[in-house]
Design a protein around this ligand. Sequence first.
Ligand code: AVJ
Length: 312
Amino acid sequence: MKPSPDTCASEFAHAMQEALTHTPRRISPKWFYDAEGSRLFDAICELPEYYPTRTELGLLDRNANDIARRLGPRVELVEFGAGSLRKVRLLLDALDRPAGLLPIDISAEHLHASAAQLQQDRPGLAVRPLAADFMQDLVLPPAQGPRVGFFPGSSIGNFEPDEARRLLQRMAGWLDRGLLIGVDLVKDPDLLHAAYNDAQGVTARFNRNLLARANAELGADFELSRWAHSAFYHPALQRIEMHLISRSDQVVHLCGHAITMAEGDSLHTENSYKYTVAGFQRLARSAGFEPETVWVDARRWFALHWLKPAAA
Ligand code: AVJ
Protein backbone atom coordinates (compact mmCIF):
# COMPACT_ATOMS: atom_id res chain seq x y z
CA MET A 1 0.00 0.00 0.00
CA LYS A 2 1.24 3.46 -0.86
CA PRO A 3 0.84 5.83 2.06
CA SER A 4 -1.34 8.82 1.30
CA PRO A 5 -0.02 12.20 2.44
CA ASP A 6 -2.76 12.28 4.99
CA THR A 7 -2.07 9.02 6.74
CA CYS A 8 1.52 10.24 7.00
CA ALA A 9 0.28 13.37 8.75
CA SER A 10 -1.56 11.25 11.33
CA GLU A 11 -0.63 11.16 14.99
CA PHE A 12 0.37 7.51 14.63
CA ALA A 13 2.73 8.32 11.73
CA HIS A 14 4.27 11.06 13.80
CA ALA A 15 4.65 8.79 16.84
CA MET A 16 6.30 6.02 14.77
CA GLN A 17 8.77 8.41 13.14
CA GLU A 18 9.71 9.90 16.49
CA ALA A 19 9.98 6.46 18.04
CA LEU A 20 12.42 5.22 15.41
CA THR A 21 14.63 8.27 15.19
CA HIS A 22 15.08 9.15 18.87
CA THR A 23 17.47 7.61 21.35
CA PRO A 24 16.42 5.43 23.06
CA ARG A 25 13.78 4.30 20.58
CA ARG A 26 10.46 4.14 22.39
CA ILE A 27 6.76 4.49 21.74
CA SER A 28 3.59 4.62 23.83
CA PRO A 29 1.84 1.24 24.18
CA LYS A 30 -1.45 2.96 23.34
CA TRP A 31 -0.57 2.40 19.66
CA PHE A 32 -0.94 -1.38 20.10
CA TYR A 33 -4.70 -1.05 20.12
CA ASP A 34 -6.03 -1.01 16.58
CA ALA A 35 -8.86 -3.52 15.99
CA GLU A 36 -6.40 -6.41 15.62
CA GLY A 37 -4.39 -5.29 18.67
CA SER A 38 -7.53 -5.20 20.81
CA ARG A 39 -8.42 -8.68 19.57
CA LEU A 40 -4.91 -9.96 20.41
CA PHE A 41 -5.10 -8.36 23.84
CA ASP A 42 -8.40 -10.17 24.51
CA ALA A 43 -6.61 -13.40 23.49
CA ILE A 44 -3.78 -12.62 25.96
CA CYS A 45 -6.37 -12.37 28.72
CA GLU A 46 -7.36 -16.00 28.07
CA LEU A 47 -3.78 -17.36 28.21
CA PRO A 48 -2.91 -19.77 31.03
CA GLU A 49 0.20 -17.72 31.89
CA TYR A 50 -1.56 -14.35 31.94
CA TYR A 51 -2.93 -14.35 35.50
CA PRO A 52 -4.04 -10.68 35.92
CA THR A 53 -7.39 -10.89 34.13
CA ARG A 54 -8.48 -14.12 35.80
CA THR A 55 -7.29 -12.98 39.22
CA GLU A 56 -9.04 -9.61 39.00
CA LEU A 57 -12.26 -11.21 37.73
CA GLY A 58 -12.11 -13.53 40.76
CA LEU A 59 -11.67 -10.57 43.11
CA LEU A 60 -14.61 -8.73 41.54
CA ASP A 61 -16.76 -11.81 41.65
CA ARG A 62 -16.00 -12.82 45.24
CA ASN A 63 -16.26 -9.30 46.64
CA ALA A 64 -19.03 -7.92 44.43
CA ASN A 65 -21.48 -7.24 47.26
CA ASP A 66 -18.92 -5.60 49.51
CA ILE A 67 -17.69 -3.49 46.58
CA ALA A 68 -21.22 -2.49 45.59
CA ARG A 69 -22.04 -1.42 49.13
CA ARG A 70 -18.97 0.78 49.32
CA LEU A 71 -19.58 2.39 45.94
CA GLY A 72 -23.16 3.23 46.87
CA PRO A 73 -26.50 3.43 45.03
CA ARG A 74 -27.31 5.10 41.68
CA VAL A 75 -23.71 5.74 40.70
CA GLU A 76 -22.53 6.49 37.21
CA LEU A 77 -19.49 4.39 36.32
CA VAL A 78 -16.73 5.82 34.16
CA GLU A 79 -14.55 3.02 32.86
CA PHE A 80 -11.07 3.92 31.61
CA GLY A 81 -9.57 1.69 28.90
CA ALA A 82 -12.83 -0.18 28.73
CA GLY A 83 -11.89 -2.81 26.14
CA SER A 84 -14.36 -5.70 26.00
CA LEU A 85 -16.45 -4.53 29.01
CA ARG A 86 -16.29 -8.00 30.53
CA LYS A 87 -15.27 -6.91 34.03
CA VAL A 88 -17.72 -4.06 34.41
CA ARG A 89 -20.60 -6.51 33.91
CA LEU A 90 -19.76 -8.10 37.26
CA LEU A 91 -19.91 -4.68 38.90
CA LEU A 92 -23.13 -3.69 37.18
CA ASP A 93 -24.75 -6.95 38.35
CA ALA A 94 -23.94 -6.15 41.97
CA LEU A 95 -24.52 -2.37 42.05
CA ASP A 96 -27.69 -0.88 43.46
CA ARG A 97 -29.57 0.73 40.52
CA PRO A 98 -26.51 1.99 38.56
CA ALA A 99 -27.36 5.27 36.81
CA GLY A 100 -25.20 4.72 33.77
CA LEU A 101 -21.92 3.64 32.24
CA LEU A 102 -19.46 5.83 30.40
CA PRO A 103 -16.88 3.49 28.86
CA ILE A 104 -13.80 5.25 27.43
CA ASP A 105 -11.37 3.52 25.07
CA ILE A 106 -8.89 4.53 22.41
CA SER A 107 -9.89 1.59 20.18
CA ALA A 108 -13.09 3.02 18.68
CA GLU A 109 -14.32 0.04 16.68
CA HIS A 110 -13.82 -2.41 19.53
CA LEU A 111 -15.41 -0.02 22.04
CA HIS A 112 -18.53 0.61 19.96
CA ALA A 113 -19.04 -3.11 19.33
CA SER A 114 -18.68 -3.97 23.05
CA ALA A 115 -20.91 -1.07 24.11
CA ALA A 116 -23.65 -2.01 21.61
CA GLN A 117 -23.59 -5.58 22.93
CA LEU A 118 -23.84 -4.41 26.55
CA GLN A 119 -26.65 -1.98 25.71
CA GLN A 120 -28.56 -4.83 24.09
CA ASP A 121 -28.14 -6.99 27.20
CA ARG A 122 -29.15 -4.12 29.51
CA PRO A 123 -31.73 -1.97 27.75
CA GLY A 124 -32.46 -0.01 30.95
CA LEU A 125 -28.88 1.16 31.48
CA ALA A 126 -27.63 4.42 29.92
CA VAL A 127 -24.44 3.35 28.09
CA ARG A 128 -22.55 6.27 26.59
CA PRO A 129 -19.29 5.11 24.95
CA LEU A 130 -16.56 7.67 24.38
CA ALA A 131 -13.80 6.83 21.89
CA ALA A 132 -10.96 8.92 23.26
CA ASP A 133 -7.44 8.95 24.62
CA PHE A 134 -7.92 9.78 28.30
CA MET A 135 -4.36 11.09 28.48
CA GLN A 136 -5.40 13.96 26.19
CA ASP A 137 -7.91 16.65 27.07
CA LEU A 138 -11.09 14.84 27.93
CA VAL A 139 -14.47 16.45 28.33
CA LEU A 140 -16.98 14.18 30.03
CA PRO A 141 -20.70 14.65 29.41
CA PRO A 142 -22.76 15.88 32.40
CA ALA A 143 -22.90 13.32 35.22
CA GLN A 144 -26.04 11.24 35.72
CA GLY A 145 -25.30 10.36 39.32
CA PRO A 146 -22.42 10.31 41.78
CA ARG A 147 -19.41 9.42 39.66
CA VAL A 148 -17.22 6.39 40.30
CA GLY A 149 -14.21 5.59 38.16
CA PHE A 150 -13.37 2.02 37.21
CA PHE A 151 -9.83 1.42 35.94
CA PRO A 152 -9.24 -2.34 35.89
CA GLY A 153 -6.51 -4.51 34.42
CA SER A 154 -3.51 -2.68 35.86
CA SER A 155 -3.36 -0.39 32.85
CA ILE A 156 -2.13 2.26 35.31
CA GLY A 157 1.13 0.25 35.12
CA ASN A 158 1.69 1.49 31.57
CA PHE A 159 2.60 4.92 32.91
CA GLU A 160 5.75 6.14 34.57
CA PRO A 161 4.96 6.70 38.27
CA ASP A 162 5.03 10.51 37.81
CA GLU A 163 2.70 10.27 34.88
CA ALA A 164 0.47 7.86 36.78
CA ARG A 165 0.25 10.39 39.63
CA ARG A 166 -0.81 13.14 37.24
CA LEU A 167 -3.43 10.89 35.66
CA LEU A 168 -4.81 9.93 39.10
CA GLN A 169 -4.92 13.62 40.02
CA ARG A 170 -7.01 14.38 36.93
CA MET A 171 -9.27 11.44 37.74
CA ALA A 172 -9.76 12.75 41.27
CA GLY A 173 -11.15 15.89 39.62
CA TRP A 174 -13.69 13.92 37.55
CA LEU A 175 -14.84 11.41 40.15
CA ASP A 176 -16.71 12.79 43.13
CA ARG A 177 -17.41 9.34 44.65
CA GLY A 178 -14.11 7.53 44.16
CA LEU A 179 -12.02 5.22 42.01
CA LEU A 180 -11.95 1.42 41.88
CA ILE A 181 -8.62 0.49 40.34
CA GLY A 182 -6.89 -2.83 39.62
CA VAL A 183 -3.14 -2.94 40.17
CA ASP A 184 -0.78 -5.83 39.48
CA LEU A 185 1.38 -6.69 42.48
CA VAL A 186 5.15 -7.10 42.71
CA LYS A 187 5.77 -10.85 42.74
CA ASP A 188 8.11 -13.71 41.81
CA PRO A 189 9.90 -12.61 38.61
CA ASP A 190 9.42 -16.10 37.09
CA LEU A 191 5.64 -15.68 37.19
CA LEU A 192 5.92 -12.23 35.65
CA HIS A 193 8.27 -13.48 32.99
CA ALA A 194 5.91 -16.29 31.99
CA ALA A 195 2.93 -13.91 31.80
CA TYR A 196 4.69 -11.78 29.16
CA ASN A 197 6.41 -14.66 27.33
CA ASP A 198 3.54 -17.08 26.77
CA ALA A 199 4.20 -20.43 25.14
CA GLN A 200 1.74 -19.80 22.28
CA GLY A 201 3.45 -16.57 21.29
CA VAL A 202 0.32 -14.43 21.51
CA THR A 203 2.14 -11.69 23.42
CA ALA A 204 4.86 -11.71 20.76
CA ARG A 205 2.19 -11.26 18.05
CA PHE A 206 0.60 -8.46 20.10
CA ASN A 207 3.98 -6.73 20.33
CA ARG A 208 4.73 -7.15 16.60
CA ASN A 209 1.23 -5.98 15.74
CA LEU A 210 2.54 -2.44 16.20
CA LEU A 211 4.70 -3.00 13.11
CA ALA A 212 1.87 -4.73 11.21
CA ARG A 213 -0.29 -1.71 11.97
CA ALA A 214 2.38 0.65 10.62
CA ASN A 215 2.55 -1.43 7.45
CA ALA A 216 -1.23 -1.40 7.02
CA GLU A 217 -1.93 2.21 7.99
CA LEU A 218 1.23 4.00 6.95
CA GLY A 219 2.52 1.86 4.08
CA ALA A 220 5.68 1.00 6.03
CA ASP A 221 7.68 -2.10 5.05
CA PHE A 222 8.54 -3.76 8.36
CA GLU A 223 9.38 -7.42 7.87
CA LEU A 224 7.80 -8.90 10.97
CA SER A 225 10.05 -11.98 11.01
CA ARG A 226 13.07 -9.72 11.40
CA TRP A 227 11.84 -8.47 14.81
CA ALA A 228 12.14 -10.48 18.01
CA HIS A 229 9.77 -10.10 20.94
CA SER A 230 11.60 -9.38 24.19
CA ALA A 231 9.94 -9.02 27.60
CA PHE A 232 11.74 -9.06 30.93
CA TYR A 233 11.28 -7.92 34.51
CA HIS A 234 13.42 -5.07 35.81
CA PRO A 235 13.45 -5.65 39.60
CA ALA A 236 14.88 -2.29 40.62
CA LEU A 237 12.24 -0.40 38.61
CA GLN A 238 9.52 -2.94 39.43
CA ARG A 239 8.40 -3.15 35.85
CA ILE A 240 8.09 -5.47 32.90
CA GLU A 241 9.65 -3.98 29.79
CA MET A 242 8.65 -5.06 26.32
CA HIS A 243 10.86 -4.42 23.33
CA LEU A 244 11.07 -5.32 19.67
CA ILE A 245 14.64 -6.24 18.78
CA SER A 246 15.99 -6.00 15.26
CA ARG A 247 17.31 -9.43 14.28
CA SER A 248 19.65 -8.04 11.61
CA ASP A 249 20.94 -4.83 10.11
CA GLN A 250 17.99 -3.52 8.11
CA VAL A 251 16.44 -0.47 6.50
CA VAL A 252 12.78 0.31 7.06
CA HIS A 253 10.79 2.75 4.94
CA LEU A 254 8.12 4.80 6.62
CA CYS A 255 6.38 7.81 5.13
CA GLY A 256 9.26 8.85 2.89
CA HIS A 257 11.97 8.18 5.48
CA ALA A 258 14.55 5.42 5.27
CA ILE A 259 15.43 4.33 8.79
CA THR A 260 18.47 2.20 9.48
CA MET A 261 18.39 -0.35 12.28
CA ALA A 262 21.37 -2.41 13.36
CA GLU A 263 21.22 -6.01 14.55
CA GLY A 264 20.26 -5.94 18.24
CA ASP A 265 18.75 -2.45 18.17
CA SER A 266 15.65 -2.15 20.30
CA LEU A 267 12.34 -0.36 20.06
CA HIS A 268 10.90 -0.10 23.58
CA THR A 269 7.15 -0.66 23.20
CA GLU A 270 5.76 -1.00 26.73
CA ASN A 271 6.36 -0.72 30.45
CA SER A 272 4.09 -2.50 32.88
CA TYR A 273 4.83 -1.28 36.41
CA LYS A 274 4.05 -3.50 39.38
CA TYR A 275 3.28 -2.10 42.82
CA THR A 276 3.13 -3.34 46.38
CA VAL A 277 -0.11 -2.51 48.18
CA ALA A 278 1.65 0.12 50.31
CA GLY A 279 3.53 1.52 47.31
CA PHE A 280 0.34 2.06 45.35
CA GLN A 281 -1.46 3.56 48.34
CA ARG A 282 1.37 6.04 48.70
CA LEU A 283 1.01 7.00 45.03
CA ALA A 284 -2.78 7.35 45.41
CA ARG A 285 -2.41 9.61 48.47
CA SER A 286 0.04 11.80 46.63
CA ALA A 287 -2.61 12.21 43.91
CA GLY A 288 -5.42 13.34 46.22
CA PHE A 289 -7.09 10.03 47.02
CA GLU A 290 -7.62 8.37 50.36
CA PRO A 291 -7.18 4.57 50.13
CA GLU A 292 -10.23 3.07 51.80
CA THR A 293 -10.21 -0.66 51.10
CA VAL A 294 -8.06 -3.08 49.19
CA TRP A 295 -8.99 -6.58 48.08
CA VAL A 296 -6.11 -8.97 47.38
CA ASP A 297 -6.32 -12.62 46.25
CA ALA A 298 -4.96 -15.42 48.45
CA ARG A 299 -1.76 -15.74 46.36
CA ARG A 300 -1.20 -11.98 46.56
CA TRP A 301 -0.91 -11.62 42.79
CA PHE A 302 -3.30 -8.74 42.18
CA ALA A 303 -4.86 -5.89 44.16
CA LEU A 304 -8.14 -4.08 43.70
CA HIS A 305 -8.08 -0.69 45.45
CA TRP A 306 -11.08 1.42 46.44
CA LEU A 307 -9.92 5.01 46.69
CA LYS A 308 -12.04 7.91 47.92
CA PRO A 309 -11.37 11.53 47.11
CA ALA A 310 -9.40 12.99 50.03
CA ALA A 311 -11.54 15.41 52.02
CA ALA A 312 -10.82 18.89 50.72
C1 AVJ B 1 -3.31 -3.76 29.40
C2 AVJ B 1 -1.36 -2.64 30.14
C3 AVJ B 1 -2.55 -4.05 31.66
O1 AVJ B 1 0.61 -4.52 31.09
O2 AVJ B 1 -0.18 -6.50 31.41
C4 AVJ B 1 -0.29 -7.63 28.30
C5 AVJ B 1 -0.82 -5.11 28.46
N1 AVJ B 1 1.14 -6.26 27.46
N2 AVJ B 1 0.72 -8.35 27.79
C6 AVJ B 1 -0.21 -5.40 30.85
C7 AVJ B 1 -0.02 -6.32 28.09
C8 AVJ B 1 1.58 -7.52 27.27
C9 AVJ B 1 -1.34 -5.12 29.87
N3 AVJ B 1 -2.11 -3.90 30.24
